[in-house]
Design a protein around this ligand. Structure first.
Ligand code: NAI
Length: 331
């Protein structure tokens, strides 16, 4: 009999939470034979709605679910968890400066990092979705000194999935034909979806789609602005597709990559000239033992290097502002 995997989800009563929990519970994340225990974390005002979500989970009678914990106490919520999915964060409100947002969320992620450090399994893996997710992940990592830095991630998989679909639709092929597509940098409109190394079937994307102007001036900005386009159309930020990307990220970090690459924000060791110590999106492969590594040998054009450097510069600025507000030191 398999031990359950214990998964904490913060912001569990929010929009992404509502799209995510049922997929974890159904087996989409860890497979159809793997039991799961759910630790659902909210802030006090969200607890009533959370009770409703938990009732609905109960009413699904998912055979894989062994336990549902509902809490606003982080030491309960992160107790013995294998995965911490940090989805909840404070949205930017009218009149709020970017620096304020970084500071407010920074405090939240200091607290969550500490609580993970003190309560989760030493092998816990932490995926930050709540924005600004790269900097929030860095703050959580800094606040959890006993957990190896390699166990902290932030999410750019939604951006990768968006990019793959844009390329597939332009080329008129099914989306599964698009592979090897890495989104680099910050999860923000400055991210760079690297079409130059991506493939359609066995061909280079640039051999199939020879319209360089479209690739640079339409594709790249469309992917970067897709989150805003969803908000404009739906009146709410992407939730089901974000939840789907969480499922993809965790599943792909939990199994060998077999030659495919994944876009995941991880702590940089200076690969490809990225600033060491920030959490930035890089091309990741997972080996047979379940260890991830940054893929080596990707050839980047001058154009790509410029785009990636600009996005990483934004991350350095975010770090400076947030660490300044929180009194954290970089080293
Ligand atoms: P939402 O506003 O519907 O839900 C957020 C939930 O988090 C609320 O229920 C709130 O009570 C809760 N919450 C707030 N602070 C919390 C805390 N300190 N601890 C625990 N719970 C807390 O927002 P939604 O649509 O679910 O989005 C969540 C976050 O995900 C946002 O920051 C959004 O920007 C981000 N996001 C990230 C994406 C990515 O690709 N990385 C894609 C889409 C959204």
């Amino acid at each position: 009999k398999k031990e359950p995997i214990r998964v904490a989800v913060t912001g569990a009563a929010g929009n992404i939470g509502y799209a995510l929990l049922f997929r974890i519970a159904s087996g989409a994340m860890f497979g159809p034979d793997q039991p799961v225990a759910l630790n659902l974390i909210e802030i006090e005002p969200g607890m009533k709605a959370l009770a409703g979500v938990a009732m609905e989970l109960d009413d699904c009678a998912f055979p894989l679910v062994t336990e549902i914990v509902q809490t606003d106490d982080l030491s309960v919520g992160f107790k013995d968890v294998d995965w911490a999915l940090l989805v909840g964060s404070v949205p930017r409100k009218a009149g709020m400066e970017r620096a304020d947002l970084l500071g407010i969320n920074g405090k939240v992620f200091v607290g969550q990092g500490k609580a993970i450090n003190d309560n989760a399994k030493p092998s816990v893996r932490v995926l930050v979705v709540g924005n600004p997710c790269n900097t929030n992940a860095l703050i959580a990592m800094k606040s959890a000194p006993d957990i190896p830095n390699e166990q902290f991630f932030a999410m750019t998989r939604l951006d990768e999935n968006r990019a793959k679909t844009q390329l597939a639709q332009k080329a008129g092929v099914p989306v599964k034909e698009v592979s090897q597509l890495c989104v680099w940098g910050n999860h923000s409109p400055s991210m760079y979806p690297d079409f130059e190394n991506a493939k359609i079937g066995r061909q280079k994307v640039t051999d199939v789609i020879q319209d360089q102007a479209w690739l640079r001036d339409t594709f790249v900005p469309v992917v970067g602005q897709r989150g805003k386009a969803i908000i404009d159309a739906r009146g709410a930020s992407s939730a089901a597709s974000a939840a789907n990307a969480v499922v993809d990220t965790v599943r792909d970090l939990s199994s060998p990559s077999h030659g495919e690459i994944h876009s995941v924000c991880v702590v940089s060791r200076g690969e490809y000239g990225t600033p060491e110590g920030i959490i930035t999106s890089l091309p990741i492969r997972v080996d047979g033992a379940g260890q991830w590594r940054v893929m080596e040998g990707v050839k980047l054009s001058e154009y790509a290097k410029e785009k990636i450097a600009a996005s990483n510069k934004e991350l350095l600025e975010e770090r400076e502002v947030a660490f300044g507000q929180l009194g954290l030191s970089i080293s």
